[in-house]
Design a protein around this ligand. Structure first.
Ligand code: 6LW
Length: 541
């Protein structure tokens, strides 16, 4: 029984399959490396990260990729003893505001497929499919034929950008598309028709799509046809899952769903959701993945097995739960870095045994090669700590603890050096506010030697502290955590990833000054326990 529909630590855009008694969910990773996350379960309750398939330079190089672009909407399928994973590599988001509300939206995305005989094995190099629109998925029909679906993107001013669901035959052996690509479904009045998945059941072809846009109006639409190429009749009862118009639901932005038949014959839907920080409209955890039982109705449609309101109440997490990370020979699996397939240029786990050594590279927020290693924020309230040994000799060198959403929004508690203050700690903030794009805290002088850094969050505020002489010293400033959210963003700048917390180092002098991190800890906290803290001067509010 699924007691907590929100799967902790999962990214958005879930695709779910079952092979025998094994369930797999693939989710998006955007500009984070390696690409795609695949989790495995046999009971739908306990999940384990088993693969990040796109990890070689021959598969993926995200250097230069804009924030929240990169890997979108991976889709798993299984046929003829082989796993298939399709995905979009998004290189340009495009902005309608560039040319006014009805302006052109020029975007660049390329769809690929990789294959593997075993999920946890090596995946192939990508096979190019097309660039006509994002959210590719493969449908393998019962007659052995396969088809590629993806949305058709129309960039022209005055046209519906989400111009329908394209389908084209795909030869899985020759690994090529062939025949004609046809629009099989133009979507409903909800618009933003994307994320197509096709299924065959009881002589029907069922098409699931995401509609309403990946925000508060998000929804899952179901349509069906006796003919693969349509016409597709839309479910007469409306979207099968949505939180649209229901601000009371704990799970918001419900959409982008994928169906799977469980081993016992029941059905489930994995879908995208989001949980705003209580009392705000800020989704600091980004969009997540939920899993919900559904059932077929007597007239051949689908409905949630339990009211979304009931399913939407995530089980109460334990008040305190600490994950401690030691740095041995491999990077702990919760951690990722940004964009490059060559992480040796960013960090080492052998330069100082027992430490993660970050080599100062480009500036924090670089779209190319920045030394930043972090894990997703998976709870509103949390405490993160690390110990860093870093001896900067220049203002161009800094290292420390970072709460990072993307290049336009982060709070970076960094150790640096300048002629007047010498070695010191300071929080450098990038804010998604054109009127106030950055902020700097006071300078806090530091003695020589390793420094322990800590950040505490109640979901809405951040408090930074440091310790180098036995006692913790909390910085005077309080920092806004809600600006690190999907909603706090610059016009036309996508924010899809959610917030990460981790370690960073930069050295624009080019000397690759090393920062040695002796460990990292993340403690989930019940947000209520921090809300009582009275924030003092606030930064970025
Ligand atoms: C994804 C699209 C969407 O490709 O957001 O919510 C995009 N839906 O289907 C990125 O997550």
């Amino acid at each position: 029984m699924i007691s907590n529909p929100v799967l902790q630590g999962f990214n958005p855009d879930p695709s779910i399959i079952r092979v025998g008694s094994d369930y797999y969910i693939a989710t998006s990773t955007f500009e984070w490396f390696p690409g795609v996350q695949i989790h495995h379960s046999t009971d739908l309750v306990n999940w384990r990260l088993v693969s990040r398939p796109l990890r070689r330079s021959s598969q993926l190089d995200l250097r230069g990729i804009p924030d929240s672009c990169g890997i979108w909407a991976p889709c798993l399928s299984y046929a003829k003893g082989r796993f298939y994973l399709t995905y979009s590599l998004v290189r340009r988001y495009g902005r309608t505001t560039e040319y006014g509300a009805q302006g052109m939206s020029l975007r660049d995305f390329h769809n690929y497929v990789v294959t593997a005989d075993a999920i946890e094995g090596d995946w192939s190099d990508p096979v190019y499919l097309n660039s006509s629109g994002f959210d590719p998925s493969l449908f393998h029909d019962t007659d052995g034929k396969s088809y590629l679906l993806n949305l058709l993107w129309d960039h022209r001013s005055g046209h519906n950008r989400f111009a329908g669901i394209l389908m084209q035959p795909y030869d899985t052996e020759a690994r090529v598309l062939f025949g004609e690509a046809k629009v099989i479904f133009e979507g409903t009045e909800l618009g933003y028709t994307e994320g197509p998945h096709l299924y065959r059941r009881d002589g029907w072809y069922y098409l699931v799509v995401a509609e309403g846009g990946t925000g508060w109006d998000h929804a899952v639409t179901l349509a069906r046809s006796r003919d693969l190429y349509g016409p597709y009749e839309v479910c007469p009862y409306g979207p099968i899952v949505t939180s649209r118009g229901r601000p009371d639901l704990a799970l918001q932005k419900a959409g982008h769903g994928d169906l799977v038949e469980a081993e016992d014959g029941t059905w489930l839907m994995a879908y995208l959701c989001a949980r705003p920080v209580p009392g705000t409209q800020a989704c600091v955890l980004g969009r997540e993945t939920a899993l919900q039982p559904v059932r077929w109705t007597a007239d051949g449609w689908i409905e949630p097995s339990e009211p979304l309101a009931q399913v939407g109440q995530p089980a109460k997490a334990s008040a305190e739960e600490t994950q401690r990370y030691a740095f041995g020979s491999t990077l702990p699996e919760d951690f990722q870095w940004l964009r490059t397939p060559y992480p040796d240029a960013l960090f080492s786990l052998s330069a100082r045994p027992g430490h993660l050594t970050l080599f100062g590279c480009e500036t924090i927020g670089s779209l190319f090669e920045q030394s930043l290693v972090a894990r997703r924020q998976t709870s509103f309230g949390y405490e993160a700590t690390t110990v860093v040994d870093f001896e900067p000799e220049s203002f161009q060198q800094s290292a420390g603890l970072v709460c990072y959403y993307n290049s336009t929004k982060f709070h970076y508690a960094c150790i640096s050096f300048d002629e007047a203050a010498g070695r010191h700690l300071r929080v450098m903030s990038a804010l998604p506010d054109p009127a106030c794009p950055e902020a700097l805290s006071k300078i806090y002088p530091l003695p020589a030697g390793p420094v322990e850094l800590r950040v505490v969050s109640d979901g809405r505020h951040l408090w930074f502290s440091y310790r180098s002489d036995g006692a913790w010293h909390q910085l005077e400033e309080v920092f806004d955590a809600t600006c690190l959210s999907d909603e706090a963003t610059l016009p036309g700048h996508p924010s899809f990833t959610g917030t990460f917390v981790g370690m960073a180092c930069q050295d624009t002098s080019g000397r690759a000054c090393p920062a040695h991190f002796a460990g990292f800890a993340y403690t989930r906290r019940d947000a209520a326990t921090e809300a009582a803290s009275v924030p003092r001067r606030r930064v970025g509010m």
